[in-house]
Write a protein that binds this ligand. Structure first.
Ligand SMILES: NC(=O)c1ccc[n+]([C@@H]2O[C@H](COP(=O)([O-])OP(=O)(O)OC[C@H]3O[C@@H](n4cnc5c(N)ncnc54)[C@H](OP(=O)(O)O)[C@@H]3O)[C@@H](O)[C@H]2O)c1
Length: 261
């Protein structure tokens, strides 16, 4: 049977009223803005990360929000966090994954355990989180939205030592496509947001390197870096009714970097 398309209400194309979201990394540079935007857009939000204290601090000013502790590479902690969201909000409709590890090191000398740590968090962690979150989304055919943060490094090499990070994000793009294909018939969409450079703690080392910054800027057609709010707004679009027919896509929010050569 052909599934019926949703009826789109022009007033609420970008609203998340009545939806429950888990934002992993929801107190980070991009995740913090995203949490605020999701709450303002009507969602109940669980902010997750490895620090319970930071997660709870991030939701202090919001009524319909909770902090949960989880590490994406620890399945039991992911199980507990997802169960806590369902218990508090009654469902899990949206998962946003901002958790990520960047270890720089020239390819000729990067330690094997560093390589594995990056792949573990950025790729295996994304899989575990998706697998656990799919549970309540599949139950009763509710469906849902999954949004993973990728990177412009997922489709091109970088001059600095990004081999593990680039490979993990390239793998993540393919995982997004695979999951989206498997779960489309269950009403779950899976998409990615791929930022260019955004000045957060995550890229502290690169931000301190002035010549690298100049080189980066010279390659951005829009001649500036991205803002956390611009990444959050793209995630909102993918989580909202407006994106009901979009799945398996990676949206590059990069001022034109990946479009130019
Ligand atoms: N900033 C950029 O220029 C840039 C560029 C391209 C792509 N991105 C991507 O955008 C996303 C967000 O980046 P950001 O700049 O906002 O980074 P950020 O400020 O470092 O935030 C990352 C968040 O993820 C959490 N986290 C890290 N490891 C985790 C784990 N194993 N389990 C659960 N949570 C974990 C961190 O909290 P704890 O450490 O306390 O757990 C933190 O809240 C990442 O996927 C990153 O790869 C960023």
């Amino acid at each position: 049977m052909t599934p019926a398309p949703p009826e789109l209400d022009y007033e609420s194309l970008f609203r998340l009223d009545g939806k429950a979201a888990l934002v992993v990394g929801g107190y980070g540079g991009i995740g913090g803005r995203l949490t605020d935007l999701f709450v303002k857009s009507g969602a109940s939000v669980a902010v997750g990360g490895r620090s319970r204290e930071k997660a709870e601090e991030a939701v202090e000013e919001h009524d319909n929000a909770i902090g949960v502790e989880l590490d994406v590479i620890d399945r039991e902690s992911v199980d507990r966090a997802v169960a806590a969201v369902v218990e508090r909000f009654g469902s899990l409709d949206i998962v946003v994954n901002c958790a990520s590890l960047l270890v720089e090191g020239r390819a000729e000398s990067l330690a094997e355990d560093e390589w594995r740590r990056v792949l573990d968090v950025n790729l295996t962690g994304a899989f575990l989180l998706s697998q656990v979150a799919a549970g309540p989304m599949l139950e009763g055919g509710r469906g849902g939205r999954m949004i993973h943060f990728s990177s412009t490094r997922s489709v091109a090499g970088g001059r600095r030592g990004f081999s593990a990070y680039s490979a993990s994000k390239g793998g993540l793009n393919t995982l997004i496509k695979q999951l989206s294909t498997e779960w489309a018939r269950h009403g779950i969409t899976v998409n990615g947001v791929a930022p260019g450079f955004v000045a957060t703690e995550f890229v502290e080392a690169a931000a301190a390197d002035e010549s690298f910054q100049r080189m980066l800027l010279s390659r951005i057609p829009m001649a500036r870096f991205g803002e956390p709010d611009e990444m959050a707004a793209t995630a909102l679009f993918l989580a909202a009714p407006a994106a009901s027919f979009i799945t398996g896509q990676i949206i590059f929010v990069d001022g034109g970097v990946t479009a130019s050569s």
